[in-house]
Design a protein around this ligand. Structure first.
Ligand code: GMT
Length: 378
């Protein structure tokens, strides 16, 4: 198949899924064309069957706001024509699904199909704003195929937008051939001394991630056992979180690493992964941690209970219940045989979301949509 993939190129789950999917499809012999305003973060180095098309934005004094949706639609038309695309696969609905709808109309072709994958905040947050809601509903309804990364997100979409459409649930995935536990002592000594436990959190530091909760949970853990907290990522609340760790007097035990492209080495050293989010449609970074044999303490929101099994791969608590999450963390970190059992269960659970299985689901879904078997409404 000739596949056009559009995603946000920045640090974020939807861009990671889109890029890893594109790379896996290219390995399977499909021609994959990434269309975005910058090179996706995980698209590094040459790869056979993969081409990147940059959406160029011209500026003009009249344009107070960049017209990305339109520029993207024009680039999609160009790539579809020259590369004979069979489908556009849009990751994160706003504005990608809208641009794809426009491109399809401009191409005036019934042949090319638009598939939209809903990832999370496109549905639960941004899309609900009155300035976006009608166009979101329209763009989802007009997509030839729609997938959601969890059952939770599918239900949210149908109820929040009053949409009557088949939505296929295809969960996030991880390449367990690359993501496995392979701790390097040389790397570990940069983070902790041998007697200290390592807790990890990955984040874009948006309020929805509740990073201050991560720090408060760690503060409680530190009162009971020697430990270090490693936080990967960057975003609006980072300074506030750095300040909080100073106010609590634990800053020497907390390492803010900023954005990292390769997290496997760090996850391989982790004893526990924290994800106390306010909202999480799936929790890709928790899955990547689980693949590296790291149990997860998370909130009970969204798609997280579809991923992790309470009392087996980690523990789940109510949003904001710092005390309980800290109790769970201390319990696991101070009982090594229990920790070992949880770590093994986390890895086994992650294997159920291995790329080999989930990429096949996408391939089969593409074929279903291309054959016209996927209907516009339920
Ligand atoms: O909001 C984010 O954290 C980033 C966002 C994205 O779309 O880039 O992540 C969402 O998509 C990921 C990949 O499908 C999911 O694993 C995340 O759970 C989801 N985030 C939220 O729902 C908050």
């Amino acid at each position: 198949m000739n596949i056009g993939i559009t995603c946000y190129p920045t640090y974020g789950g939807s861009g990671v899924v889109a890029t890893e999917l594109g790379k896996a499809l290219a390995e399977r012999g499909h021609a994959v064309h990434f269309i975005s305003y910058a090179l996706p973060m995980r698209l590094t180095g040459f790869m056979d069957n993969v081409v990147f098309h940059e959406v160029e934005m011209s500026s003009y004094p009249l344009f107070d706001f960049p017209l990305y949706t339109l520029a993207l639609a024009s680039k999609m038309v160009e790539v579809a024509k020259y590369e004979n695309l069979d489908l556009f696969h849009c990751h994160y609905a706003i504005p990608h699904a809208t641009s794809a709808y426009l491109a399809k109309e401009m191409l005036a072709s019934e042949r090319i199909k638009v598939i939209t994958t809903l990832h999370g905040t496109d549905i639960t947050l941004v899309g609900l704003e009155p300035s976006f809601l009608p166009v979101m509903k329209f763009s989802i309804e007009r997509s030839d195929g729609v997938t959601a990364v969890s059952r939770f997100l599918k239900e949210k979409t149908l109820t929040n937008y009053g949409i009557d459409k088949d939505i296929e649930v295809i969960p996030n995935f991880v390449d367990t051939r690359k993501y496995y536990r392979n701790p390097e002592e040389d790397v570990r000594k940069h983070f902790a001394s041998p007697n200290e436990k390592i807790l990890v959190h990955t984040s874009n530091f948006r309020p929805v991630k509740r990073v201050p909760d991560v720090i408060r949970i760690f503060d409680e853990v530190l009162k009971k056992l020697p430990a270090r907290l490693v936080i990967i990522g960057d975003g609006p609340e980072r300074s506030q979180c750095e300040l909080l760790s100073r106010e609590l007097g634990i800053h020497e035990h907390v390492k803010f690493l900023g954005k990292q492209t390769d997290v496997i080495h760090i996850l391989s050293l982790a004893d526990l992964f924290l994800m106390p989010s306010q909202s999480e449609s799936f929790g890709l970074s928790a899955l990547e941690a689980m693949a590296c044999g790291v149990p997860v303490i998370s909130s009970s929101v969204g798609g997280l209970p579809e991923l992790q099994v309470h009392g087996q791969t980690g523990y789940i608590a109510e949003i904001g219940d710092i005390e309980r999450m800290a109790k769970y963390a201390i319990d696991l970190l101070s009982n090594s045989s229990k920790h070992q059992i949880f770590a093994k269960a986390a890895r086994e659970r992650a294997l159920e979301f291995d790329a080999s299985k989930i990429v096949t689901q996408y391939e089969q879904y593409y074929l279903k949509v291309l054959s016209g078997a996927e209907t516009a409404s339920r």
